[in-house]
Design a protein around this ligand. Sequence first.
Ligand SMILES: [Zn+2]
Length: 672
Amino acid sequence: MANPLLEDWTGEFGMPPFGRIVDEDFGPAFEAGLEEARAAIREIGESPEAPTFANTIAALELAEKTLDRVAGVFFNLAGADSNPARESMQRELAPKLAAFSSEVTMNAALYGRIAELWERRDSLGLAPEEARVLDLYRRMFVRAGAELSGEARERMAKVKERLAVLSTQFSQNLLADERDWFLELEPADLDGLPGFVADGAKAAAEERGLQGHVLTLNRSLIVPFLQFSPRRDLREKAYEAWVARGANGGETDNRALAAEILKLREERARLLGYGSFAEYKLEPEMAKTPAAVRDLLMQVWRPARAKAEADAAVLERMMHEDGINGRLEAWDWRYYSEKRRKAEHDLDEAAVKPYLSLDAMIGAAFETAKRLFGLEFRELDAALYHPDARAWDVTRNGRHMAVFIGDYFARASKRSGAWCSAFRSQRKLGGEVRPIVVNVCNFAKGDPALLSWDDARTLFHEFGHALHQMLSDVTFSFISGTSVARDFVELPSQLYEHWLEVPEVLERHARHWRTGESMPEDLRDRLLKAATYDQGFATVEYVASALVDLAFHEGAAPDDPMAVQEKVLAGIGMPHAIRMRHATPHFAHVFSGDGYSSGYYSYMWSEVMDADAFAAFEEAEDPFHPEIAEKLERYILSAGGSEEAEALYLKFRGRMPGVEALLKGRGLHDAA
Ligand SMILES: [Zn+2]
């Protein structure tokens, strides 16, 4: 039988034929894709013709067509719907694909052509986007080691291959720890929990083939449990299990992997002549240097810590009033904070949720995109990779723009967190290709599924990334959509979160799932007023993680990362009752691949811009201001990486922002 991964996908919108793909198809499809790519790259490198942009860079862009297509399907499934076969294939593929990538970037003939073109770049008559792509290709090759020779060259390939194996293992260990742990809850253990938490625990039990209720380490379940359960013993047990992910000893322990990854990254940077991995990694980012990152983080850390310490004192007093002596601990924070929120803002998470059904929030995200950018969404009846995933045809003035897939519910086969990725990204080279974009979340299932305010923010966040892909309008997939500097990539996503807080959006969409009534105005006002509530905590747990990440990659790699983590936290005066948002053994951003390594600060860097970018709409007193929306699309959402991020932002806003709007947005401006 023909391999459906290798056929032309002629169905509607060229969607992958999910219904016909079986796991056994991936191995041969990867082999075929690799073979095709190798042949195409050999042909480019060995071409007797003098190098031109078309026969070198444009040809390279299309050389891995089949491989990209197969990898697009496989890695999306491996993240969103894994199984033992896919996990073992992932382990097998990681070193193979890393070796292939080294083979390409170390191909001397190929690099020779790119370098020659780059030398002559000013006389080639290139369009601006072509010049940019040539520059980026050359930079990628140099940074991958194309100019190394002899032993250093060989060592570089080995280092990258080993890193690929280690980061795959890191993710899989984490998934195993998250999957394996659960806590059976007796009926009495449910006391004090709102219905949605009990429902989530029931659904989690059913998924595991169990009766009754279980607590799992899924964020959408464990966080509300920590917020609402009056049982301090259970909170402690659950919290300790949650933060022990990746550090449980035995086969799935990630601590030794983290140490080895850091050593190899340092070696990689030094082979290329950089003083540290952070220097290497930050060079092409907006921040450019570790010092610039630390500067921003510390500007935020000081007021955030002051606010968190003041809050800790209040919460500890509340705990003492409850008759519990001693210090406020990490498993107490969310519980007393929730009580305080109720008392001070008269706001109860459980009272908000019925207005935030998943469908209502999807509708809110879609309609906001319609008002800002004219996008329309029609649900498709398409066979996808899992029955929970849904797809929409996205159009503008009748023109197909993208397929959007939403895969919202937690399940044991899905890795934790939320993300946006693409089965196919936008490009125009070789004929217009429109993207197939997916948002993956881990919301608790329910009937209907009701989101927390945090979940709703996540939905808007990931949808902002999706817009960056769906509105992309560039020629080369190399710079398409979210292929931008890491500390710029969170701008569209975090900016989009602001529209969830627009009263008009809530009024129209935050409707009670049963009665269809709008959220009462006073509840909405209290919700919005409380938006900066507990930002001391949120900022501290985040910035601490970012500072540890930075410390890991500056200077010599640590022998014992856990000791460095402790040292950094002690050095900044980490509040006793707050822990890092992601401790080292489960810091997937940093260790499950290179994406956010010495780059976890990126969210905050982008936040400086998103706060300022939304202020453009506020200054115009219209959250849907057409000209500002048009500029946002033109210079940011459609532009991909066609220019340096700073240049794009300047075109949109006319200046670069300071940190004030961010501090104000987090309610930290007077805590300094
Ligand atoms: Zn994001």
